[in-house]
Design a protein around this ligand. Structure first.
Ligand SMILES: Cc1cc2nc3c(=O)[nH]c(=O)nc-3n(C[C@H](O)[C@H](O)[C@H](O)COP(=O)(O)OP(=O)(O)OC[C@H]3O[C@@H](n4cnc5c(N)ncnc54)[C@H](O)[C@@H]3O)c2cc1C
Length: 457
C-alpha cells in the first residue's frame, strides 16, 4: 500500500523497485534537463523522473502511478517546441516525467518487407543510420535528429524536410506498441501492409502527444534510397515567386526531395551562427532551397530563368553548407533570446498571401525586436520565430494563429498542440471534432493521468 505519511518517497521507492534506483531521479539538479524544454520557454516541476528500460517496466510504472493517481508526462528527446514533454508550470498534482530514452533497441532490418522495429527511445539519427547501413532509407528527417526520438516523432506525427517526398511520420508506421495509463499493453508489430481489422490504433496514437499512452516500440516502413541528389539555393523577391520557383524550376519528371524557404533575416542569423557569408551573388528577401533526385548534376533545375541568382551544390559537403542556413533557423533565433516559435500551415494557394500578412502583423508588433518567417515551402508550412515579447505574453502568438485561421489553415502544422496551443485548438477543429477527441481520451485514460493540460485546455 502507498505510504500515506510520505507519498512521494513511497512512490520513488516503488518505482525504484521496478526500474532500479539509478533510474529514478529525485535530485533537482539531475531532473533539470527533463523539466525544461529545448527552447527554454517551457518549464515545470515534477515529483521525479523515471527511466524504464523495457515495455514491461513502462507497464509496471504506469500501473503504479495509476494506482496512486499520479499524472505522467511521457518524454523522448525533449525537442518538441510546444511544451508537451515537460510538466506544466502550475499543476494541481505534480507529475512523474517518464523518459523513454532507454527504450533504444534497433531491430534487424527486414529486407523482404523493407521494415524495421525500433524502440521508442531510439534517436531519429540512429534509426536513419541503422536503415542506411542496411541499404535502406528512413523517410523522416528534421534538424533535431540527434536528440528527437522515434517515439517523440510518432507522438507528434513529425513532419520535417522530406514530407514532399515521403509524407509525414504517420505514413511511415506499419505497427505500434504502446502502454495505456492503467498499464495495459497494446502490441501490433507484425508489419502487414494490408491489415483491415478494425480501428487503426497506431494511427490514432500517432499525433496523440502522450495523452493516450506511452509508445514503446514502432514498426517502421523503409524506402529504397534516393541516390545522389542536387541542392540549389535560389533568390526570390516574394513568397509568390518562391512558390512559383518550386514548380517552374523543377521539371515534372524530376523527383522533388525538399523545398524550403528562409527569409533574409534568418539567412543572416544562421550564416553568422555557422560562420558563413551570404551564399548568393545578390541580396533577396527570400532564399528558396530545392533538393532533387537527379543523379547528381545540375540538370534537375532546367526551368530556371537566365537571370536567376542560384548556387547548386552537388557534393555532400557543399550540400550540407547550403542546407545549414535553413537548418540553423531554430538555433539562430534561440541564440538571441527565448523565442516565441510558431508552426502553422495553410493550403498552398493561400501561402503567399498569408505569409505576407504574417510578416506585416509581426513586423508592426511593438514588442517584437527580431522575427523570421520561413518554413517547409512545399507543405504550406510556415514557421514564425519572434524575439522580444515576454515568454508569457501571448498576444502576438494569438494574432498569428487567428490570421492563419482566417486562411483556413492549421494552428499546428507539425510540432503538435502541446500546452502552447491547447487554448487555440478551436481555431481549426470544430466543436464536434473536439468532442469526439475528448471521448477517445476519456475511453483510454478515464482518470486523465496521461499528460494533463496537453492538447485540451
Ligand atoms: C532545431 C529543431 C528543429 C525541429 N524541426 C522540426 C521539423 O522540421 N519538423 C517537425 O515536425 N518537428 C521539428 N522539431 C520539433 C521536434 O523535434 C519534433 O516535434 C519531434 O518529433 C519531437 O521528438 P522528441 O523525441 O524530442 O519528443 P519530446 O519533445 O520528448 O515529446 C514531444 C511530445 O510527444 C510526447 N512523447 C514523446 N515520446 C513519447 C512516447 N514514447 N510515447 C508517447 N508520447 C510521447 C511528449 O509527451 C510530448 O507531448 C524541431 C525541433 C528543434 C529543436
Amino acid at each position: 500500500m502507498p505510504d500515506t505519511a510520505n507519498p512521494d518517497a513511497s512512490l520513488a521507492a516503488a518505482l525504484s523497485a521496478i526500474v532500479g534506483p539509478e533510474h529514478v531521479l529525485t535530485d533537482p539538479a539531475l531532473m533539470e534537463q527533463y523539466v525544461v524544454d529545448w527552447s527554454r520557454r517551457w518549464r515545470g516541476d515534477a515529483l521525479l523522473v523515471v527511466r524504464p528500460g523495457s515495455t514491461d517496466d513502462v507497464a509496471a510504472v504506469l500501473r503504479e502511478c495509476s494506482r496512486r493517481g499520479v499524472p505522467v508526462v511521457p518524454q523522448g528527446g525533449n525537442t518538441g517546441l510546444v511544451g508537451g514533454a515537460v510538466p506544466a508550470s502550475e499543476a494541481d498534482r505534480l507529475p512523474v516525467v517518464l523518459s523513454t530514452r532507454r527504450l533504444d533497441a534497433l531491430g534487424e532490418v527486414d529486407h523482404l518487407s523493407g521494415q524495421v522495429t525500433v524502440g521508442a527511445g531510439a534517436t531519429l539519427r540512429d534509426v536513419q543510420h541503422h536503415a542506411e547501413s542496411a541499404g535502406w532509407h528512413y523517410g523522416v528527417d528534421l534538424a533535431a535528429r540527434d536528440s528527437a526520438t522515434i517515439g517523440g516523432t510518432v507522438a507528434t506525427n513529425a513532419g520535417g524536410i522530406h514530407v514532399v517526398a515521403f509524407g509525414m511520420t504517420r505514413l511511415q508506421i506499419v505497427g505500434i506498441e504502446a502502454v495505456l495509463a492503467d498499464g495495459t499493453v497494446l502490441s501490433h508489430l507484425a508489419g502487414m501492409l494490408k491489415d483491415n481489422t478494425g480501428y487503426d490504433l497506431g494511427s490514432l496514437l500517432c499525433g496523440s502527444e502522450g495523452t493516450l499512452g506511452v509508445i514503446t516500440a514502432v514498426r517502421l516502413r523503409l524506402h529504397r534510397p534516393v541516390g545522389r541528389t542536387s541542392v540549389a539555393l535560389i533568390g526570390a523577391e516574394s513568397y509568390a515567386e518562391a512558390i512559383d520557383l518550386m514548380s517552374s524550376a523543377v521539371e515534372p519528371s524530376v523527383r522533388l526531395i525538399a523545398a524550403e524557404v528562409t527569409d533574409e533575416t534568418g539567412m543572416e542569423l544562421a550564416g553568422r551562427l555557422r560562420g558563413l557569408g551570404w551564399p548568393l551573388e545578390r541580396r533577396h528577401p527570400l532564399v528558396v532551397l530545392l533538393e532533387v533526385a537527379d543523379g547528381g548534376d545540375a540538370s534537375g533545375f532546367t526551368g530556371l530563368s537566365d537571370d536567376a541568382d542560384v548556387v547548386v551544390g552537388l557534393d555532400t559537403s557543399e550540400q550540407a553548407r547550403l542546407w545549414s542556413y535553413r537548418e540553423g533557423q531554430g538555433e539562430a533565433f534561440s541564440a538571441l533570446g527565448v523565442a516565441h516559435k510558431l508552426d502553422v500551415s495553410v493550403p498552398l494557394p493561400s501561402l503567399a498571401a498569408c505569409a505576407d500578412e504574417l510578416r506585416d502583423i509581426v513586423g508592426a508588433w511593438p514588442t517584437v525586436e527580431h522575427f523570421g518567417v520561413f518554413g517547409h515551402l512545399a507543405d504550406g508550412n510556415i514557421h514564425v520565430e519572434m524575439i522580444g515579447p515576454d515568454a508569457d505574453d501571448l498576444a502576438v502568438d494569438l494574432a498569428v494563429l487567428e490570421c492563419v485561421a482566417r486562411y483556413g489553415g492549421s494552428v499546428s502544422a507539425e510540432h503538435g498542440v502541446g500546452r502552447a496551443k491547447a487554448g487555440e485548438l478551436h481555431l481549426c477543429r470544430t466543436p464536434e471534432e473536439i468532442t469526439a477527441m475528448r471521448a477517445i481520451k476519456a475511453a483510454w485514460d478515464p482518470v486523465g493521468l496521461m499528460n494533463p493540460g496537453v492538447l485540451f485546455a
